[in-house]
Write a protein that binds this ligand. Sequence first.
Ligand SMILES: Cc1cc2nc3c(=O)[nH]c(=O)nc-3n(C[C@H](O)[C@H](O)[C@H](O)COP(=O)(O)OP(=O)(O)OC[C@H]3O[C@@H](n4cnc5c(N)ncnc54)[C@H](O)[C@@H]3O)c2cc1C
Length: 459
Amino acid sequence: MSKHFDAIIIGTGQAGSPLAGRLADAGMTVAIIERHKFGGTCVNTGCIPTKTLVASAYAAQIARRGDEYGFAVNGEVRVDMKRVKARKDKISGRSNKGVEERLRGLKNCTVIEGHARFQSSRTVMVNDDVLEADKIFINVGGRAAVPPIKGINDVPFLTNSSMMDVDFLPEHLVIVGGSYVGLEFAQMYRRFGSEVTIVEMGPRLIGREDEDVSAAVSDILETDGIRIRLNAKCISVAKHDGRIALGVECVGGPPEVLGTHVLLAVGRTPNTSDLGLDRAGVATDQRGYIIVDDQLQTSVAGIWALGDCNGKGAFTHTAYNDYEIVADNLLNEDRRRVSDRITAYALYIDPPLGRCGLTDAEVRKSGRAVLVAKYPMSRVSRAFEKGETQGFIKISVDAETKQILGAAILGTGGDEVVHVLLDVMYAKAPYTVVQRAMHIHPTVAEYLPTILSKLEPFA
Ligand SMILES: Cc1cc2nc3c(=O)[nH]c(=O)nc-3n(C[C@H](O)[C@H](O)[C@H](O)COP(=O)(O)OP(=O)(O)OC[C@H]3O[C@@H](n4cnc5c(N)ncnc54)[C@H](O)[C@@H]3O)c2cc1C
């Protein structure tokens, strides 16, 4: 006998949980299934705990710079990793508990703990129970990718998940992967007091960003004392006298980095291989991402895929936006689409990078006539008042339509300020709207009108 529901949701991540609330509120009977921790990656091993750690690292750094600000700290600033972890656990635990309590408190919603697997396109098996529904929503997220690095099975290594249990200071943390996750861990651990080396296969860090952004981010990290090894084409790991030796074929420097701990931060793998998708007939791409259309329906009618597992985004806000698209299409006949959204994200090093729209490379590829302006944070008064002058602001606009095409704001407050431009992009308004606005002094955002008055043809 199977139990029937109007909707089954697999996973309690950033799309599944709010969707459960919305569907249940609309009067549907909902079953939501979670195999591990309520709230998924963002709450337990992603955004919330890492940004909590970033906050501890920032505070330690400011304390070290006390002299510059006019205060003294008695003795060396030492970070107590047990207390840093306890603070992180408390904040992340509160969110995890909040998600569970909200779901359990929903009328019409049954919360089931266990691993869900499709039996057919309408049935899901969990803990020996068969659940049936006409509408099934997959929100299974992803996990850290573990590539077949030579020797990887012979050494202990960390991922973003196991890093959450670390309550000690690694003497020398070697991070494989110079992209968003790796860089955040690199800077926070350096500021906690570890030696840190980033090993990146490509010729520069965060290779998807513009070259000037990569270069400025490298400078920021190197100023903190982080070592960066690029062009590490052939990475291997091996035990070496109680340490871990990372073989790297880098340009310059010895071909080996000796560390005490290794963190793998080389991308994500969707949690789709153990879902029984073949039984449901749901198609995936070669990397295991579930193929969806512009409204997030899979290859099977009545099954949707939301969040990281559909490969359309890799952020909490993209997963949440997926939920809004699906819910509005289903419940409000509001034909929202994934292609309506504009790329936006942040890199939470200090200072942060806020990004929206196209990069220079994408602008170039688009073949449009483009105007661009760039302004150093060292000339932004709020930045020098705070003593945080690293980075720059760069904005590109379409010369004909005057619409903003993209921006990179690397600098204090960059993750917030970028929304001024993002909202104008959504409004499809010309950049002159921002240029003529009166902004508050002293803020980073007050410079946007000034910067937009300095637009020049894109070289
Ligand atoms: C270190 C790190 C830092 C990050 N920082 C940020 C940030 O600052 N900002 C940002 O926007 N994004 C950030 N992200 C990305 C963000 O965490 C993810 O994009 C987001 O959590 C994706 O949500 P989701 O709903 O797709 O899946 P998830 O949150 O991963 O949830 C999926 C859930 O499904 C469950 N599940 C999986 N398979 C099954 C099954 N078969 N049966 C039952 N349950 C199952 C899992 O246990 C999990 O709870 C970060 C990621 C990492 C790794």
